[in-house]
Design a protein around this ligand. Sequence first.
Ligand code: A2P
Length: 334
Amino acid sequence: MGIRVAIMGATGAVGQEFLTLLRERNFPISELRLLASARSAGKTMRFGDEDIVVQELTHNSFEGLDLVLASAGGSISKEYAPSAVKAGAVVVDNTSYYRMKEGVPLVIPEINPEAIFQHKGIIANPNCSTIIMCLPLFPLHKRYGIKRVVVSTYQAASGAGAVAMQELLDETQAKIDGKDFNRTVIPHPYAFNLFPHNSPMTDNGYCEEELKMINETRKIFGDESLAISATCVRVPVLRAHSESVNVEFVKDPDVDECYKILAQTEGVEVLEDRTANRWAMPLDASGKDPVLVGRLRKDISLANTLEFWVVGDQIRKGAALNAVQIAEKLFKTR
Ligand code: A2P
């Protein structure tokens, strides 16, 4: 028996990746419904050798479905996910709206798969930067015990959606051609520039993206007191995020052992060539499933402290892949 699936936000950057992944991973689909705004209704999208017509999302879009993969923005999930649940579907929600809600599991399948089965209709997919940091961080935490984490991110345009990716390309071309450019999605000059993350600023001086990394990591690790600080930055890269992570542990970490632990961690790959001074870059991670780690070293300024570098595809493991892996575990298809 196949699973009846809808993608909410099918035409977006993550929505399109859902189509690719469901096919690539042979997810057992008996029906696939593509939902987007009225702007896209009637367009077709390719799924294998089928052309599927995109439908306008309404509260009646969910009859007879088993699974909804949602990635159309927080306000859309807020409004429509309850209708999907009422119609009997489980929603794996890629937006931030339900992540910190009591009783909604927030899941990285390699870390807390057991939480999936506590759902009451909605399972939340964590923030992309959170997933990319947590994958290598968790096994090190289990071995040495985190005392404090300081992370700085270098985030790609894809986190702001397909339109932002196109805008980065167009602005770069305009700059090269010496032409003026009117931005519509990205708030600051982006080509040949970078800027602190543009998510809303909060009273304590952290932006919402930084607080997501902090609060979501605590929920996923099941430790509300985890000490963590983040600085998030957007860089003119198309689709993979990079992060510099500094972790003070309770026990003294051994660098060789850390490499061994990470080499054995599901979803993580060590990629580096020390002699060539070559480390994982966003282009290495783009389109790939694992997050790439390297540059492990003891922090010379503080005892028991490790530095590492991690790069991951924001659209794939940072979003669509993680959600599909949740669905695979939920329906026991792998
Ligand atoms: P559309 O392409 O019709 O605007 P991204 O994250 O790449 O920006 O994609 C956002 C996704 O969410 C797109 O599929 C977009 O559809 C969809 N979306 C945005 N607003 C709505 C809405 N009001 N109703 C349904 N889908 C929406």
